[in-house]
Design a binder for this molecule. Structure first.
Ligand code: 13P
Length: 251
């Protein structure tokens, strides 16, 4: 069991129009209205952030972006900045999701710029790391994750690093129904915490939450949350339905 207050976050990816997101958000609000011991966040598509935020205004459920661009404003057609997310009521932003790395040329370098942009607006960056199936099979998991952390978080001070959330999402477990075993997940989470300790010191390593992501469902969240270094979850598919997401929140 984690020593930190858990965070259960839902990444809605490219699902839900505004009206669909509104329906899910209002049902979720009712279902988790009495939950105080877990932090909750949902990251709708950009076009639904405003309506979701409005519906969740007087609830404990936080709203986050799924990505951002590092510049504050400018001629960058199609991009969304940290101040825009902040003004829309976001508290968190997912950065470096493996789908962005795979399909949208996200690199550790762009992750680094985005993390800095988020921190400068007091948005909590939820920085995603994780290995592919081939990398795991070649025993490269630690090396890959270490590199993603070192380059993605390069230059951050301990003062800044305390505001991070890290999400470990093994690429082979995303949307596949394959979850890492609790032992596999805990092993990498422990490794990430060790790296944070080495780089930023004990105090930071003890407060930074490390979420697990990859086929988290109501029936496997309990065993994941029983592990010492798993501080919550970043949930994809099962967060689209308010009832299953609420069941995960109530692990
Ligand atoms: P699934 O829960 O659908 O496997 O997605 C995980 C994920 O990518 C969350 O960011």
């Amino acid at each position: 069991m984690t020593a930190r207050k858990p965070l259960i976050a839902g990444n809605w990816k490219m699902f839900k129009t505004g009206p669909e997101a509104a329906e899910t958000a209002s049902r979720l609000k009712d279902l988790v209205s009495d939950v105080a011991d877990v932090d909750i966040m949902v990251a709708p598509p950009f076009t639904a952030i405003a309506v979701v935020k409005e519906l969740l205004r007087d609830s404990f459920v936080h709203v986050g972006g799924q990505d951002l661009f590092w510049e504050v404003e400018g001629a960058y057609t199609g991009q969304i900045s940290a101040p825009m997310l902040k003004a829309a009521g976001c508290t968190h932003v997912i950065i470096g999701h493996s789908e962005r790395r795979q399909f949208f040329e996200e690199t550790n370098d762009s992750v680094n710029k985005k993390v800095r942009a988020a921190l400068s607006e007091d948005l909590i960056p939820v920085v995603c790391v994780g290995e592919s199936e081939a990398e795991r099979e070649s025993n490269l998991t630690s090396a890959v994750v270490q590199n993603q952390l070192e380059e993605g978080l390069a230059g951050l001070t301990s003062e800044e690093a305390q505001y991070l959330t890290v999400a470990y999402e093994p690429v082979w477990a995303i949307g596949t129904g394959k979850t890492a075993t609790t032992e596999q997940a805990q092993e990498v989470h422990e490794f990430i915490r060790e790296r944070l300790k080495t780089t930023y010191g004990n105090q930071v390593a003890n407060v930074v939450r490390i979420l697990y992501g990859g086929s988290v469902k109501p029936n496997n969240i309990g065993e994941l949350m029983a592990m010492a270094d798993i501080d919550g979850a970043l949930v994809g598919g099962a967060s689209l339905d308010a009832d299953s997401f609420a069941a995960i929140v109530r692990f």
